[in-house]
Design a protein. Structure first.
Length: 95
């Protein structure tokens, strides 16, 4: 799986901290609110979205987030090339 996004190894530190924060908040919400109520709220939101905002453009926030995280191949392709140290031939002193 060389093309999977690298979210949790701090390749992009801001996105990693954001993902950790979102997962922590989700864990707290799941601890405090029963799953039945969360599914009910998600279903009401999904089926009334067209009634509330008829001209909204649909998007997927999770895919938007993951598309910003570079894959291994992208990191390798965009890594900074280090110049080779050129040998400086110093003139030899004649005795």
């Amino acid at each position: 799986m060389a093309h999977d996004p690298i979210t949790f190894n701090f390749t992009v530190p801001w996105l990693t901290w954001f993902a950790i924060l979102v997962l922590s908040v989700a864990a707290i919400i799941l601890y405090l609110i029963p799953v039945r109520y969360l599914i009910l709220a998600w279903g009401i939101n999904k089926f009334t979205k067209k009634l509330r905002k008829p001209h909204a453009i649909p998007n997927n926030e999770l895919l938007d987030f993951l598309s910003r995280v570079p894959s291994d191949a992208q990191l390798k392709m965009w890594q900074e090339l280090r110049p080779e140290l050129a040998r400086v031939d110093t003139p030899k002193k004649r005795k």
